[in-house]
Ligand binder design. Structure first.
Ligand SMILES: Nc1nc2c(c(=O)[nH]1)N[C@H]1C(S)=C(S)[C@@H](COP(=O)(O)OP(=O)(O)OC[C@H]3O[C@@H](n4cnc5c(=O)[nH]c(N)nc54)[C@H](O)[C@@H]3O)O[C@H]1N2
Ligand SMILES: Nc1nc2c(c(=O)[nH]1)N[C@H]1C(S)=C(S)[C@@H](COP(=O)(O)OP(=O)(O)OC[C@H]3O[C@@H](n4cnc5c(=O)[nH]c(N)nc54)[C@H](O)[C@@H]3O)O[C@H]1N2
Ligand SMILES: [Mo]
Length: 820
């Protein structure tokens, strides 16, 4: 290995227009004959697999025999381990190190110097000390979390938070980017988050449903990954569903502005809808059900609260005094009034299961479509029946695959030992809130001290000075890059722990190289909601370069203040793996017989078999008094007095239609930037993870750039052909992407998948993103005062053919290495 980061980057620049895809730097073409290799078992968000390790390198990967529907993304795994974007050494930003006052003005210029591990940990520790001493706990944010790799011992967020918490207190977050609006509204309506709850079993749905509505839902794409090691069992049911649709046994309709991957798989009916206008459509459905007396009055009377207030709004008697007729809705949502009425009647024709995806709650007023979904289900009166009612999770982590009774393994603890105090035992947050809604962390930097409303409380935003990031990539997951660039100028020190040189590393000051999950031993639950068993995660190869496990990194940190024994509880990695296994084995006594650890480790998994079918909300339906919902009244709340009392503008006492700040097809802002940008979850990545994997990126990148999916007529009107590089822009930012023309996209709708690595031409606000991260263009606004959730899908853009000289892609290949 003679090539340096710098020369690699130059090499990438030289190939500019073509692509940065080259042979992986570390892959040996052929393994030596001497080492026949060993097959080892491990897991991942993409499923369990066995890897052939030869000459200390991963040569081949094949899915675990239990996985009958592996995702093609496992072909990208080698490319993660051997990516040219690996963080190789501890690095410190040159200007932060050499200049005074943290040199925040040049943060993002990607100029770093290599330091030793000792120096890096010293810097990290000294900064924690300084911030606690000079300011206090309000000045440290270590609360962002995300899709850390799998494994219960090494869960990296736990390691970072436990170590930092032993040192001092810090700002934490509540909520997440996935379901921020949904998980906040649904407890008021149905008594639980619903989004993270087991749903009615697929077998019950397949047997009992006459109609299934995939509402903003793309399970075929999104079930490829899971929060714990994914089993892909749900695909058995999707195959059966496809058969039933073909035979006409089930009427499957997708309500979506796009003909998505699932629709292409099922070849089912498509109810096209204009983006962000589901609520007007749903209000008109409610109007039809009411006027045509098709709704279930008994169910609404017995099980629900607040129908009268709601229906008065629908009838135009309250609020805006507009009757929510199909004709009214048609103008907004692009579905004709006749079709709306037909759709309403269809819903009442037999058993109907509504299956919502999560994307429509990741928009401004994202609470409303979810609340309306529950109201429609209530009016249909089938909540709690097999194959009827409403679900908000059947596209996620095998929800709908029956759960076994298996007790899942515990994890390395996120919190310090009970009863202990941090080194800096200071709980004075200077009047600021110590917990912030997750997506408001940038507002803290741009508007410190501001008071905002959140779910019945007031939050005072702390203008923190230091941030520690591990197991997440905020420079992928958050919205509006240029606003982030401005905000980061108010930070003194950013520490990131990652195995990949992401944009979050680029905008940090201290970067610590973690190893990947395939460079350490661990164990994980097999299946998230299905609780299918356990997977052994054998270390495939030794940590590459100077990387270390998060466990080892944070042990080093805690050593600096004499708390390492307490941190590790005196156990090393393998002792933790065995400890968690033995605890799990004990917890399953009498239910499942788990073998001794060694036998489990050698076999590679424990299979708990299949679970028992189940129907969500059935207990409530059977006996609503004994099994009341967890709502304030115990009923399904069509109107919520509690929310009404909050007095919010953008989320009131029952579901309503609110105009969006940006909406295509004639809505606000569409005269200037006519196209709706949806930043859906990627088909061939897990967010930003695997974008760095060159082999798999080569299968979708266009001209070395992230694809933008366009309607062919829209493209033609701008002289754009398949494969052209396109400049996509709005008032917030600009990026380059590669055009892919597809009929599946309606006119006025474009898609760039989230997780595309941010590759700014330089650190200056407004500079063009050379690879195509959609969050260069998205808005950083809250869904409402209730949830304060992200609204990435409320975003308009325009685009044009790019005719200038193509700048090189700067996203990949690591930092520019400088001499200190
Ligand atoms: N525009 C737009 N933005 C979105 C979304 C959208 O739909 N549209 N979706 C949002 C959603 S739902 C989500 S969940 C978020 C996801 O946001 P994130 O969870 O932040 O995204 P990931 O790309 O999974 O980032 C995980 C990071 O952790 C690193 N990592 C993984 N394992 C380890 C480990 O063991 N140790 C260490 N130290 N690091 C590790 C990875 O290399 C990667 O950089 O994005 C959100 N952002
Ligand atoms: N392959 C893969 N799978 C994943 C992930 C991944 O990164 N890659 N991430 C996982 C995670 S963390 C999450 S949170 C989930 C995300 O799950 P979701 O948020 O449900 O997924 P998306 O793909 O963003 O969107 C699903 C569908 O919603 C449609 N849609 C968007 N806006 C609207 C609208 O206004 N109205 C209607 N009717 N439809 C709309 C889109 O066209 C798309 O077909 O996926 C999980 N699964
Ligand atoms: Mo998510």
């Amino acid at each position: 290995m003679t090539i340096t980061r710098r020369s690699f980057l130059k090499g990438a620049a030289a190939t500019s227009a073509v692509s940065v895809i080259g042979p992986s730097l570390l892959m040996s073409a052929k393994a030596s004959a001497a080492d026949a290799g060993t097959w080892k078992t491990t897991g991942s968000h993409w499923g369990a697999f066995r890897a052939l390790v030869q000459d200390g390198k991963v040569q081949e990967i094949k899915p675990l025999e239990l996985d009958k529907h592996p995702t093609e993304m496992i072909n990208g795994i080698k490319g993660i381990i051997y990516s040219p974007s690996r963080v190789r050494y501890p690095m410190v930003r040159l200007d932060w190190l050499k200049k005074h006052k943290y040199a925040a003005d040049t943060r993002g210029n990607n100029r770093f110097v290599r330091v030793t591990w000792d120096e890096a940990i010293d810097h990290f520790y000294n900064e924690l000390e300084r911030v606690q001493k000079e300011y206090g706990p309000w000045a440290l944010h270590a609360g962002q979390t995300g899709w850390r790799q799998t494994g219960q011992v090494h869960s990296s967020g736990n390691h970072m938070q436990r170590a930092v918490a032993m040192h001092g207190n810090f700002i934490k977050k509540v909520g997440d980017y996935s379901t921020g609006a949904g998980q906040t509204i649904l407890p008021y309506v149905l008594g639980s988050t619903e989004v993270y709850a087991q749903g009615t079993s697929w077998s019950e749905i397949l047997e009992n449903s006459d109609n299934i509505i995939l509402w903003a839902n793309d399970p075929v794409k999104n079930l490829q990954v899971g929060w714990a090691c994914e089993t892909h069992e749900s695909f058995e049911y999707l195959d059966q569903l496809k058969e039933k649709v073909a035979k006409g046994d089930i009427n499957l309709v997708s309500v979506d502005p796009v003909k998505n991957k699932s629709q292409r798989f099922f070849n089912n009916d498509h109810m096209y809808i204009h983006p962000q206008t589901d609520v007007p459509f749903m209000l008109a459905l409610a109007h039809t059900l009411y006027k045509e007396e098709l709704y279930d009055e008994d169910f609404v009377d017995t099980y629900c609260l607040g129908f009268e207030e709601f229906i008065a709004y629908v009838n135009g008697e309250t609020k805006d005094k507009v009757e929510k007729t199909p004709e009214w809705a048609a103008e907004i949502c692009g579905i004709s009034a006749d079709k709306i009425r037909e759709f309403a009647r269809m819903l009442t024709n037999g058993r109907t299961q509504l299956l919502f995806g999560w994307s429509i709650q990741r928009q401004q007023h994202g609470e409303q479509p979810y609340w309306m979904g529950a109201v429609l289900a209530a009016m249909l009166g089938q909540v709690g029946l097999p194959g009827g009612g409403v679900s908000y999770g059947h596209h996620y982590s095998s929800i709908g695959v029956p759960s076994t009774e298996f007790a899942t393994p515990g994890s390395f603890p996120r919190n310090p030992e009970q009863g202990t105090k941090p080194k800096w035992d200071n709980s004075d947050f200077n009047g600021y809130s110590k917990v912030i809604p997750v997506a408001r962390w940038i507002d803290c930097l741009t508007e410190p001290g501001k008071e905002i409303r959140h779910n019945g409380n007031t939050v005072k935003l702390p203008g923190y000075k230091m941030m520690v990031i591990s197991g997440c990539n905020p420079w992928h997951h958050h919205q509006d890059r240029n606003n982030m660039k401005k905000a980061f100028k108010n930070l003194q020190t950013v520490v990131t722990v990652d195995f990949n040189w992401t944009a979050s590393c680029r905008f940090s000051d201290i970067v610590l190289p973690a190893c990947t999950q395939w460079e350490r031993n661990d164990l994980d639950g097999y299946g998230s909601y299905s609780k299918r068993g356990l997977v052994a995660m054998h270390k495939l190869v030794e940590p590459l370069f100077e990387s270390k496990s998060d466990f080892d990194i944070m042990t080093e940190l805690t050593k600096r203040f004499g708390r390492d024994k307490e941190y590790t509880r005196g156990m090393n990695e393998m002792q933790w793996v065995q400890h968690l296994y033995n605890e799990c084995r004990k917890a399953n006594t009498g239910k499942f017989e788990l073998p001794e650890f060694d036998a489990f480790w050698e076999k590679g998994y424990f299979d708990a078999g299949k679970g028992k079918p189940w129907v969500r909300h059935a207990a409530f339906r059977d006996d609503p008094e004994t099994n009341a919902l967890g709502t304030p009244s115990g009923f399904l709340e069509i109107s919520s007095r509690k929310i009404g009392r909050f007095g919010y503008e953008e989320c009131q006492e029952h579901p309503m239609w609110f105009e969006k700040s940006e909406r295509s097809h004639g809505g606000p802002g569409s005269d200037k930037h006519p196209y709706w940008l949806q930043s859906c979850h990627p088909d061939k990545r897990l967010h930003s993870q695997m974008c760095e994997s060159e082999e798999i990126r080569a299968t979708y990148a266009v001209n070395g750039r992230e694809p933008i999916y366009l309607n062919p007529e829209d493209a033609k009107s701008k002289g754009i052909k398949d494969g052209d590089v396109v400049r996509v822009f709005n008032d917030r930012g600009q990026l380059l992407a590669g055009a892919v023309l597809m009929d599946s996209y309606a006119k006025g709708v474009v898609r760039i998948e989230e997780g595309a690595w941010y590759g700014p031409a330089n650190e200056k606000v407004g500079s063009i993103d050379t690879y195509g991260d959609p969050n260069t263009l998205t808005q950083d606004i809250p869904a409402s005062e209730l949830s304060q959730a992200t609204s990435a899908n409320t975003c308009l853009v325009d685009f044009e053919k790019f005719t200038g000289e193509l700048p090189p892609v700067t996203a990949f290949g690591g930092p520019i290495e400088m001499k200190a």
